[in-house]
Write a protein that binds this ligand. Sequence first.
Ligand code: GLU
Length: 479
Amino acid sequence: MTQQPRVRFAPSPTGYLHVGGLRTALYNYLFARRLGGTVILRIEDTDRSRFVEGAAENLASTLAWAGLHFDEGPGIGGDFGPYIQSQRSDIYTAHAHQLLEEGKAYRCFCTSEELEASRQKQIAEKRDPAYDRRCRALTPEEVQKRIEEGMPFTIRMKVPVVGQMHFHDLVRGEITVHFDAIDDQVLIKSDGFPTYHLANVVDDHLMGITHVIRGEEWLPSAPKHQLLYDFLGWEAPAFAHLPLLLNEDRTKLSKRQGDVAVEDYRNKGFLPTALVNFVALLGWNPGDDREMFTLAELEQAFSLERVSKAGAVFDIEKLRWFNAQYLRALPPAELAGHCGPWMRAAGFDTGDNTRTEAVVAAFASYLTLPSDIAAHLPFLTIAQVTLENAEDRLLLAGEDAQSVLKRFADLAETQAPWDAETVKALIKQVQADTGIKGKGLFMPLRLALTAEQHGPDLGMMAELLGRDTCVRRVRAQIT
Ligand code: GLU
């Protein structure tokens, strides 16, 4: 029997969930679900200088909003916990000491000033900055003496000086790296906390992770990780590095060119279904031209084989398109829930659920975001129609317009039932009776009923206004 995959999403709680993070979480989730595997949430909070209070809770709730539920993690449980790295310090220290004892790591006593001076020198000499490895040459006695003197130190990994290494990436294929391109990575910082690299490798191993699926920005770290697995005598998990997310101009997706936090999209009224569908297609394609996918459908369709190497452009217009599709497909009561706050802010009383639902259902196909509803409400919230524009007033005063309005009012007075269809039929009748058609027929009615020259379906708007209001508004324009 082949092993069931165990994957993890391992965010650092530095603030918000980046859309790239959502994509990583989603791909891990889909990969595991498809194969009946396990998805783990692990909080990588060993960089205390970047720690943000409440960020981990925020990440968890945003992921839950997106519909991604984990099998193991903080607050969920599991046999491989704790799932918060700051609670696992002893484990990392033990492994670092094992590496020290085996001569695969060494203590470095260089101060940050010394390191910075050496870095500047290398840059001036046009060399790639890397640790110059001066502490690698310290004798055991010198090391002991410095420890006794209480000198702070870091623990660095002892990268081989010559040769090269290989590792395989499921997206990028075979990768070869020369050891001289790998720095003697710090594993334990002087504050005693592990670096991301050590903690990540130790945890992935101890948590039984089979596949590491993460963003391409971590690709340069992969050789160090592979080497650490080798040093520790462990088999490395399979790696899959996901393509970068790009701005429209193909630079790396950045805050400066738009929102990158999932929370921002959520607050603007993007639906999780739309965002997940959109994000799923950033770097993966189903192999046919299907675009609309529920999470359950993605679970069936997803495979790492169809993840591309090329960067994926974050096309906000496409996301807006998805949102429009998902909004209009919502049951009216749910749509009303999303639109409610914006309707109230626009002066619409949402107290009557049936009425509110009728209004949102009528405009559903005109919405990209729930907030768009506000622009469609004035005709319902105004007490009466006042034409601000002289041109509109002139148009309504015309002889033809007046005939249309009169005929409409007369027919409408006794019309029952009153709905979009009967109103449309009634307007046809006005056309037959007056001989006026097209713009000359519709424009006066639209202006009289809604105060606007353009807008959504007039029959539907008339239905929402109700017969009596329509008759009153049209009569008010008859001179
Ligand atoms: N903590 C890293 C991050 O913030 C995890 C990278 C990885 O998945 O190895 O993205």
